[in-house]
Write a protein that binds this ligand. Structure first.
Ligand SMILES: C[S@@+](CC[C@H](N)C(=O)[O-])C[C@H]1O[C@@H](n2cnc3c(N)ncnc32)[C@H](O)[C@@H]1O
Length: 220
């Protein structure tokens, strides 16, 4: 008896949350074509179901890797598709000068409601850009790559992890397949690959259920 009541209450809460965050999103972004609204709402719905996700092992791994190449105490960091504050807090714990997050909703003043395809930051605003398990949700990856190159200063650092060779569908739109294809997307902007790895599902350093690729590179 209690279970169906709880389930209905959770569904109701999620619908209310979606309505509220959808309103904020469109207030920020203005009118969008119907097909693009569908895209944004699919992403929003998916992430609202996982709001309280704790600090992930991959976050620690990737931020620790970034700390080997970036001078974090002098770095303004942008986390694209951060969902909640877990990765922002971890960057701060590792000594970053400042950390901003963007996502399609915000539960914290440090996270700005912003679409990764149309960032509203001025050019060269960040020293480090971190985007983990978010680029595969892009509607237009080439456009996002251009935005990343715009908001990060020359010689700034970009860190990316995405799942690969997995079944796309729903909110999961892009399969970059391998590091070469991901780097090719950034070819017009990329100066030097600093570090990269490809891990199969089930590898000790990969807690997601799919193979992943990780890369850190600096821009021209
Ligand atoms: C799988 S979560 C990853 C969260 C976190 N980075 C992590 O590693 O656990 C992907 C996030 O990207 C966000 N996202 C999807 N499309 C986006 C877009 N167009 N602009 C900004 N954020 C987006 C989603 O809302 C979601 O919070």
């Amino acid at each position: 008896m209690l279970l169906p009541i709880r389930r209905t209450a959770r569904r109701l809460l999620n619908a209310l949350r979606l309505r509220r965050h959808r309103k904020t999103l469109y207030a920020t972004m203005g009118n969008q074509p119907a097909e693009y609204r569908d895209y944004l709402e699919t992403q929003l719905k998916r992430t609202l179901g996982k709001l309280d996700a704790p600090l992930q092992g991959r976050t620690q791994l990737m931020v620790d890797a970034v700390a080997r190449f970036a001078d974090l105490p002098h770095s303004r960091v942008l986390c694209v598709g951060c969902r909640n504050t877990a990765e922002l807090d971890y960057f701060l714990a590792r000594g970053a000068q400042s950390v901003t997050g963007i996502d399609l909703y915000s539960g914290d003043p440090r996270i700005q409601v912003m679409d990764m395809h149309q960032m509203t930051f001025p050019a060269d605003q960040f020293d480090v850009l971190y985007t983990v398990h978010a680029l595969e949700h892009a509607h237009d990856p080439a456009k996002v790559a251009g935005e990343i190159a715009r908001v990060v200063r020359p010689q700034g650092i970009v860190a990316i992890e995405v799942p690969v060779r997995y079944p796309t569908g729903g909110a999961d739109l892009v399969d970059f397949e391998n590091l070469d294809k991901l780097h090719a997307l950034f070819a017009p902007y990329l100066d030097q690959v600093l570090w990269g790895e490809e891990l199969p599902a089930g590898a000790p350093a990969n807690h997601s259920g799919t193979p992943v690729i990780r890369t850190i590179f600096c821009l021209r």
